[in-house]
Design a protein around this ligand. Sequence first.
Ligand code: ARG
Length: 266
Amino acid sequence: MKLVKLKWCQIIVSLSCVLLTIACNNSHTTIPNSGTKYLKVATDPTFIPFEIQRANGKLEGFDIDLMNAIADSSGFTVQFQSLPFDGMISALQAKKIDAAISGMTITPKRLKTISFSRPYLKAGLAIAVREDNSDIQDLNSLQGKRIAVQIGTPGADFAKTIPNAKISTFNSGPEFFQDLLNGNVDAVFCDAFATLYALKINSLPKIKVVGNILTEEYYGIATPQDSPYLNLINKSLSTLFANGTYTKIYRKWFNTLPPQLPEQLY
Ligand code: ARG
């Protein structure tokens, strides 16, 4: 009997230890300064293969997988919210959303009003033209040409540096590709990665990319300044880089190994 009692005591002590360990491990997953485990994350699903909305409404893409993996490793749930790209920065500033993942380039200008996570993808700008255009082959042949850009993007800033270019601005990427096809503009400044992917899967017919990649850019997850979640997002990103999850997601979408990324940009 004595022996049995002792065993029960041991079981209770061991159980308490297990429960205590679980509690301790969970304590760091509680989102600081909030009782909620839901994070409102904006995305503009017009940017293949980073965010795409399927016909049944389901969101897919590299950014979506990455954000879900971050949520898994941090212990929160993501509520995705579709927002037009040009409305994201003001929504973040007004704290209507907790974060945005949308192939958004980290720029010094944007850092004046919002914050970014550590870089999660290396990208750059490309020149896209109609397939039958043999006139424009590189940056130098863009002088005086009609160039379309997406409002408020690094492409829009870059276009301003081309002598005598006539720049048209668009709210979304798909719109400027349509204008290129219609012959209203001669070239488009677009994100190389996304455009080359779209060309590969034939979702941008009659368009080609010419010249070199013009810039070196990095995407980051955007948050309001002083966000209580930024640290958590960065910690999870570091975990996913270290434990192979990031590489797995990268290979799923791009079929190759990811390049080395800087830990901090500015
Ligand atoms: N990388 C560019 C930027 O940050 C364009 C991103 C467009 N993304 C989108 N989901 N439409 O300005």
